[in-house]
Design a binder for this molecule. Structure first.
Ligand SMILES: [Zn+2]
Ligand SMILES: [Zn+2]
Length: 320
């Protein structure tokens, strides 16, 4: 009798423990108290701060620096403090952690992304969260090697030439821009990352004038996305936009130093940052030091979910 009671007691204890674990793992979206219902992150791959918002003449980014600036907040000391390559920079944004993984797209980040965490917390279908990019390898952002999150809900992807991720090759930014508008119109997703490749690609080819021209072209795409979310009834007044880079390029003169990137020099780490939305201040330029991993923490606060493993901080200075 005593042993039956002991067995019953220990089973009950085990059940209670399992229940406690499952409750602590269950997360949910709670009303955040903010107006934001949608977040769009736009990344311009590999443009250096001195040619973007660091240029006081706004020569290459007139749309963002002149027409969009009054609608949001610009941070002048925004950094990639991890590895200054494409996959690592993007993963710092999507997971809130600096990661050491390869830049080829064959190795997923060891942490879950905000896309996974938001989908899991909200219980909404995967077509409401998207990773859209010109570089096929960025589809790896939809995955993780984290055991708990490995097989859990993942965002939709439209990356590379055929839109199906690694192996299809890079596609033109004009295609990524069109696809972005089609996906916003067709699926009306709530959480989207869009990445344009060409400033990085053409800089690697050593073509300085064309590098500047491609920054201007992506500036137009960013302006197009900003216009869309400011006029479309599904997005107007409920959407927050972030614009940044994954990494910069080596500092120094125009002739040569800009070709590559990947260390911790001023040029590689200093990035542009712009954000606008119904919960953010307007027409503000702030020198508060911030970094890539702070974006995910800020998005989680706006959208009312918690991220389990992010190490970034909420960018309080953006909020009204
Ligand atoms: Zn590059
Ligand atoms: Zn460098």
């Amino acid at each position: 009798m005593e042993s039956i009671r002991k067995t019953f007691k220990s089973s009950f204890f085990l059940l209670g423990t399992l229940l406690a674990i499952s409750v602590s793992c269950k997360k949910e979206v709670v009303p955040s108290g903010y107006l934001t219902r949608n977040v769009v992150i736009v990344i311009m791959d590999g443009a250096r701060y001195t040619e973007t918002l660091g240029d006081s003449h706004h020569h290459n980014m007139p749309r963002l620096a002149d027409e969009m600036a009054n609608d949001g907040v610009i941070l002048t000391d925004f950094r990639n403090r991890g590895e200054t390559f494409t996959i690592q920079g993007h993963a710092a944004i999507s997971t809130g952690n600096y990661v050491t993984i390869n830049n080829g797209g064959t190795e997923a980040p060891p942490f879950p992304s905000i896309f996974q965490e938001w989908l899991a917390a909200s219980g909404l279908p995967s077509y409401l969260s998207w990773i859209i990019s010109s570089k096929d390898k960025l589809s790896v952002l939809s995955k993780t090697t984290n055991l708990f999150w490995f097989a859990r809900t993942r965002p939709s992807t439209d990356c590379g030439i055929y839109g199906d991720g690694l192996g299809s090759g890079y596609r033109e930014d004009s295609v990524t821009f069109q696809k972005s508008l089609e996906i916003l119109a067709g699926y009306v997703p709530n959480l989207v990352l869009i990445s344009f490749k060409q400033p990085d690609v053409i800089a690697h080819a050593g073509d300085w004038p064309e590098y500047l021209h491609q920054i201007q072209t992506v500036d137009e795409y960013i302006y197009g996305i900003w216009n869309y979310i400011n006029t479309d009834p599904n997005y107007k007044g409920t959407t927050t936009l972030f614009v940044t880079n994954d990494h910069g390029r080596h500092e120094g003169s125009a002739d040569g130093d800009f070709v590559n990137h990947g260390d911790s020099c001023e040029g590689c780490t200093h990035l542009m940052f712009y954000a606008c939305g119904p919960d953010f201040k307007k027409g503000v330029i702030s020198g508060t030091p911030r970094e890539l991993i702070d974006i995910s923490a800020t998005i989680a606060k706006l959208m009312g979910f918690t991220i389990s493993q992010g190490t970034g901080k909420i960018m309080e200075e953006l909020f009204r």
